[in-house]
Design a protein around this ligand. Structure first.
Ligand code: FES
Length: 129
């Protein structure tokens, strides 16, 4: 018989929460909590920032385009060939570009800074501030 697990036991302990630093190109900054093991795209969306992410994280739509500043790039696993191929389809992409759905949150990435690109925000609902 399975052991009953209380809600408190099943919840993520508060000290396990990490932090993201999410910016938009107009300078707005948000700091969502970030649990390890979740895709960065999911954490951004859960916080309420209207990232398009049209394929839901399958890595096929390229509408979760973010830029990662240099100090943080070195902590990320390199992009897969599939991710690089999708980034090649974005005219504005450069060497700092990544797909947020392909980055898994981990304790090593606590404080990860990124900038969501305008092509990956739902424009009609976005009010910065
Ligand atoms: Fe579609 Fe990231 S959500 S590629």
């Amino acid at each position: 018989m399975p052991k009953d697990v209380s809600f408190a036991e099943a919840s993520v302990a508060e000290d396990e929460f990490l932090r993201l630093v999410v910016r938009t190109v107009d300078g707005a900054t948000f700091e969502p909590e970030a649990a390890p093991g979740f895709r960065v795209m999911e954490l951004i969306r859960a916080y309420g920032i209207p990232i398009k992410a049209e394929c839901g994280g399958s890595g096929v739509c390229a509408t979760c385009h973010v830029r990662i500043p240099k100090p943080w790039q070195d902590l990320l696993p390199p992009p897969s060939d599939e991710e690089l191929a999708k980034l090649d389809e974005i005219p504005e992409a450069d060497e700092t570009s990544r797909l947020a759905c392909q980055i898994m949150m981990s304790t090593e990435l606590d404080g990860l800074e990124l900038e969501i690109q305008p092509d990956s925000l739902v424009a009609q609902t976005w009010i910065a501030g």
